[in-house]
Design a protein around this ligand. Structure first.
Ligand SMILES: *Cc1c(COP(=O)(O)O)cnc(C)c1O
Length: 217
């Protein structure tokens, strides 16, 4: 199967309103070009250094999504062009993104990363912690970030009931924040190659798919 065939096959299964971000981390720019030629425009990367090598040599109309853990001192390298940062896991990081965005006269779209999986290695806010923070109104004061929604990863397991319950929890937190504080919320980023079908059933609006498009890493 080629990259083009993989993308077309996945796209055919996505309902209207679910966006595909092709996760190109570890894959060469030539693979991204192949996906680009069949119309794919949104790509996800999780390392600043790798993204900064690829971005200048690839077409300008690519939407770059940052999906990895982000250190505050590295934000400046992607702030001028990044399209959506999925991985905001603290108030401190959000404030630092806001400051770097202001320096480039931009408003950067961001998602709050939720920690719902069992693995402690995964990042993100505990659900109650995020609800308290957002409902406090502090986040809404920042002028150079646009709060678009939430992102999360399910536990790496074969237990589809657990995966489903974790995605459901992410969607619940999104709905609560949207209804009570952030009506502009429009993005629920959940679902990867192994679990995106369940994520869509539980209300994902954006899936991040790497290995099913580009091959195993
Ligand atoms: C690598 C990665 C993906 C894609 O995972 P696949 O299993 O290759 O589809 C999605 N989201 C995040 C945050 C990732 O780091």
């Amino acid at each position: 199967m080629t990259i083009e065939q993989n993308i077309n096959e996945i796209k055919a299964t996505l309902p209207n309103g679910v966006k595909l971000v092709a996760v190109s981390k570890t894959f060469p720019a030539s693979d991204i070009e192949e996906a680009y030629r069949c119309g794919q425009r949104a790509f996800g990367e999780n390392r600043i250094q790798e993204l900064n090598v690829k971005q200048p040599i690839l077409p300008d109309d690519i939407e770059w999504h940052f999906i990895g853990s982000l250190q505050t001192n590295k934000i400046k390298y992607i702030a001028p062009y990044v399209s959506l940062i999925h991985s905001v896991d603290s108030a401190r990081l959000l404030e630092a993104i806001d400051r770097q965005a202001e320096k480039c006269s931009r408003v950067i779209d961001v998602l709050f990363e939720l920690h719902v999986a069992q693995e402690q290695s995964k990042h993100g806010w505990e659900c109650d912690e995020l609800l308290d923070y957002v409902l406090s109104g502090e986040a809404a004061k920042l002028k150079n970030v646009s709060l678009r929604g939430v992102m999360g990863m399910a536990t790496f397991t074969d237990d589809t009931k657990r995966i489903r319950a974790e995605f459901r929890r992410i969607r619940e937190v999104f709905d609560k924040l949207k209804n009570e504080a952030l009506p502009q919320f429009d993005t629920v980023s959940m679902g990867m190659s192994g679990d995106y079908r369940i994520a869509i059933e539980e209300g994902s609006t954006l899936v991040r798919i790497g290995s099913s498009i580009f091959g195993s890493r």
